[in-house]
Design a protein around this ligand. Structure first.
Ligand code: URP
Ligand code: ZN
Ligand code: ZN
Ligand code: ZN
Length: 461
């Protein structure tokens, strides 16, 4: 058995000096005086130990994102589990789509992986396919209120039908909430006026378009009487909507993403088309929204910070499809590698969130949201997914250290305080000081449980 000794253990509730005993892939004890049980000692003096990160929102292969070969980036950044969104090809059932996507990850992924479904081809029998999802280990389904004109945009009636069925099977509804008609209205006007540069993507999707859709999604969840999870919340108003619904007794939760916390709209206006690198939906917002989101994650109004990682195959060149027209810029921002370091450096080190909130936001609650019952916690019986974090490290994030398989770094030039010195995946050392030292394919598929137990945990102010 392995013993990680002398470190300070961080959990979502507390921190304490304690040792962690690992038997094979599992944590078997946490405490003191465990030496006699160990045959292998790892000294973590001066270091923090927290649960391996759970990134519950990634696009390895959907929306043009690079595939699972690039999950080394997650491992070196301290994320040991990803929950990846499954693209659905036309004609495939939701379950078939999951198995096709799982086949791409199996034997390749460097971190453990679970899946969320996405309805991208709504058919009359789509609601009926929901009952199959628990068998495929899927506990959440994302639906798109935005992207009108694409096959995955869904009318309210379709969303309500899927919601209604999901309730019987403990599947959490997720929505991408942006008002499509408002976006079309703004887009037509901008284009008519000849405003075609990347920054106009954000002008076509101002905060009201998100808040309106979030409130509408919450109303639909009320009609269908289902729990709701709003993905990638980027505005104060959308967050307030989630907060108010929860305070009013509705099971409504939401996440934000690293980039919404630390990158503002000025990035979209960078010259030489550089702004296109930061085009995602919803778009980056102003500092005022960022400050609100920091308060929101501190107070628990949003319960997770995900990356919404989407490292476009083709990189910056691919973004140039929208050189003449911002509506043609492929959406998506990479960020799986530095989610944890950025949140620590900008959050914990700057006193915006506590270490406990940090652990909760990057690992414990995402695991619960996604129904991953053995992940996200340092306690006996949980998977030995652990990060030994060196808080004294200082560095600068740069593209040359990036393993996301793309030709630019989202957080280029950001100072970081601390980094994952060692990363353990189910007891295996897979990354050390920014280098992946595990083996390709060491990540296992994780089957999520339906939400029954998942929503009792949220701390709210
Ligand atoms: O722009 C984004 N967020 N791209 C990924 C797809 C999505 O909607 O999450
Ligand atoms: Zn059913
Ligand atoms: Zn989305
Ligand atoms: Zn996404």
């Amino acid at each position: 058995m392995k013993l990680i000794k002398n470190g300070t253990v961080l959990t979502a509730e507390s921190e304490f000096k304690g040792d962690i005993l690992i038997d094979g892939e599992t944590i078997v004890a946490v405490g003191k005086n465990l030496d006699q049980l160990a045959d292998d000692m790892i000294d973590a003096s001066g270091k923090y130990i927290f649960p391996g990160g759970v990134d519950e929102h990634t696009h390895f292969g959907s929306f043009g994102g690079r595939l699972f070969e690039t999950t080394e980036a997650a491992a070196v950044g301290g994320t040991t589990t990803i929950v990846d969104f499954v693209p659905q090809e036309k004609g495939d059932s939701l379950g078939t789509a999951v198995e096709k996507h799982a086949a791409k990850a199996t034997g390749i992924s460097c971190v453990d992986f679970g899946f969320h479904s996405m309805v991208m081809d709504m058919q009359p029998d789509t609601p009926d396919q929901i009952k199959e999802l628990p068998k495929h280990g899927v506990s959440c389904v994302k639906m798109f209120m935005a992207y009108k004109g694409t096959p995955f945009f869904m009318e309210d009636i379709s969303i309500l039908k899927v919601m209604n069925e999901s309730k019987r099977h403990g599947i959490t509804m997720m929505v991408h909430a942006e008002n499509p008609d408002m976006i079309s209205f703004y887009t037509e006007r901008l284009k008519a006026e000849g405003h075609l540069a990347p920054v106009n993507h954000s002008y076509s999707r101002p905060p009201v378009t998100e808040e309106d859709a979030v409130r509408h999604a919450i109303a639909m969840a009320q009609v269908a009487d289902v729990p709701l999870f709003i993905v990638h919340v980027s505005t104060k108003g959308a967050m307030e909507a989630v907060r108010e619904a929860y305070a009013g007794g509705q099971s409504v939760f939401g996440e934000t993403c690293t980039h919404y916390l630390v990158l503002d709209t000025s990035y979209l206006a960078l010259p030489d088309f550089e702004g296109a690198k930061y085009v995602c939906a919803p778009p980056l917002r102003t500092k005022e929204h960022q400050e609100a989101l920091w308060e929101g994650i501190d107070r628990g109004w949003l319960n997770a910070v995900s990356s919404d990682h989407c490292a476009l195959a083709g990189g910056f060149e691919k973004k140039k499809e929208g050189l003449e027209d911002f509506t043609k810029i492929p959406n998506g921002i990479p960020g799986v590698q530095n989610r944890i370091s950025v949140l620590w450096s900008q959050g914990v080190a700057k006193g915006r969130i506590s270490k406990q909130r940090f652990v909760d936001l990057i690992a414990s609650t995402p695991a619960k949201n996604a129904g991953l019952v053995n992940k996200g916690k340092i306690a006996p019986g949980f998977d030995a997914d652990l990060v030994i974090y060196d808080p004294d490290y200082h560095g600068i994030i740069t593209q040359k250290d990036n393993l996301e398989g793309i030709d630019y770094e989202t957080f280029e030039g950001f100072e970081i305080t601390g980094r994952p010195e060692q990363v353990y995946l189910r007891g295996m050392l897979v990354a050390e000081n920014g280098r992946f030292i595990g083996s390709r394919g060491c990540g296992h598929r994780i089957f999520a449980k339906p939400y029954a137990a998942a929503y009792k945990h949220c701390r709210r102010a």
